[in-house]
Design a protein around this ligand. Sequence first.
Ligand code: FPP
Length: 252
Amino acid sequence: MASNSTPSEIKLEIVPQHIAIIMDGNGRWATKRGLPRLAGHRAGTENLRRVIRACVEFNVKYLTIYAFSTENWARPVDEVEGLMHILEEVIDKELDELDKEGVQLKHIGRLEQLSSTLRKKVERSIEVTKDNNRLTLCIAWNYGGRDEIVHAIQNMIKDGIKPDQVNDALVSKYLFTAGIPDPDLIIRTSGEMRISNFLIWQGSYSEWYFTQTLWPDFDREELFKALIVFNQRDRRYGRLSECAEEDENNAG
Ligand code: FPP
């Protein structure tokens, strides 16, 4: 990779199979422009479309976005309602297009606290796109990493799982993300450097990328910059580089 190439001239050697994003900074983006916070969430939603397209272009197979956390219920009612409305609008307006583009939709989190109309729309969008395989877009909505683990433990107990049957692989199967590979790269925009209850199990060995850029401004070029940084990382998984490389070669 030539270090003086412009992003579009650089060829990526490794493309992360799964990118997860904490889309932070919508509120600040709006405030800086004298706009209401919801205008920032709308701009963030517009940007999501650009980033989905870029992921398809770069051949990323899974994109998980943190769109509404279990803690976001504590925001003012009009912001919470506005976000729910945005999700509903996105499904109504974008589902056909996403389906045509080969995007499979998945949801992680708890649907039961959403209105029954919204819940049905989410369920239908998952059903309609279930055979698509160009990109899996996993929407974390009413999602919290701790809540996910609590939910998994409750279900293991309900299923009568015995203590000696519990291992890494079994826990993974009980998480909302069952069947989805762990994220290779987690991006957080807006300069905050916190995990904020996002994919706390799945992100154990993810590479993190933090940027000052606010989410509505995090475009294709910004994503490409993150991919270049990812290419420079040495993923050791707690081992020495040579062993990690050897294992990856044997696996692939
Ligand atoms: C964080 O920025 C952003 C959110 C809590 C909401 C993200 C949601 C969207 C982009 C809506 C679209 C998503 C879908 C799937 C339709 P913040 O509001 O905390 O920003 P701040 O830290 O600057 O206040």
